[in-house]
Design a protein around this ligand. Structure first.
Ligand SMILES: [Zn+2]
Length: 230
């Protein structure tokens, strides 16, 4: 008798835990669609601003924005992969209306957009995913958030360099094709966000930069500084 009561309790426990882990993940799917849309919008902004910077003879900023547009696509693909795992099809992307100004103003606009995302939207998104206990989206969205924080710091550094006109010496930007982390150099040992090897980094070279030199490594020109993860 006792044994059967225990069996029933164990059965109920297993069923309940199964139920909570196999939840329909309605909120999580919605969050992934929203992040996907943010990434597509980000791609549209960075691409438009890259073109404007090229037209305005700002090759460093043109290359930076081009690289970050590609980073947004890497992250959009991560969201899409998770949505596909849930059996969802690709959300219909919304086309943003983008006002293009001079590079300083465009940079300010991007800083404001990234700040809003990292300081407000991710915390709400993460809470929803946690409520539904979806481990993989939790890991990936946490990573996307970390990459966006790094991007914000990179844009801040570019703003500082712009005011001191010291950005002209930048010759390239390095993009991790696994997570979208973007920096001035290919890290020596691994990506600080996704821990993949430097071989996953793609270099975007500033078009009019001096050629024939070796790629810069993270310790060669410490004046650009390094990022600190939050
Ligand atoms: Zn990475």
């Amino acid at each position: 008798m006792k044994k059967s009561v225990v069996s029933v309790l164990v059965f109920c426990f297993i069923s309940l835990s199964k139920f909570s882990w196999a939840a329909p993940a309605v909120q999580t799917k919605e969050v992934l669609k929203q992040i996907y849309q943010e990434k597509v919008t980000g791609f549209q902004y960075y691409s438009a601003y890259a073109e404007a910077a090229a037209r305005g003879s700002e090759p460093v900023f043109s290359t930076l924005f081009e690289t970050l547009a590609e980073a947004e696509l890497v992250q959009a693909a991560e969201c899409l992969k998770l949505l596909e795992d849930y059996g969802e099809s690709m959300p219909e992307p919304v086309h943003a209306t983008i006002h293009v100004a001079v590079v300083e103003n465009n940079l300010e606009k991007l800083l404001a957009m990234e700040e809003l995302l990292i300081n407000q939207r991710y915390s709400a998104w993460m809470r929803k995913i946690r409520e539904e206990r979806q481990p993989e989206p939790l890991t990936i969205v946490t990573r996307i958030w970390r990459v966006d924080k790094q991007r914000y710091l990179l844009l801040q550094q570019m703003r500082t360099m712009m005011s001191g006109h010291s950005y002209a010496k930048i010759r390239e930007f390095a993009l991790c094709q696994v997570c979208g982390y973007t920096t001035f150099y290919v890290p020596k040992r691994f990506c600080p966000v996704c821990y993949q090897s430097p071989s996953y980094f793609l270099l975007h070279t500033v078009e009019n930069s001096s050629s024939g030199k070796e790629h810069s490594q993270e310790s060669d020109e410490p004046s650009f500084g390094t990022f600190t993860l939050n």
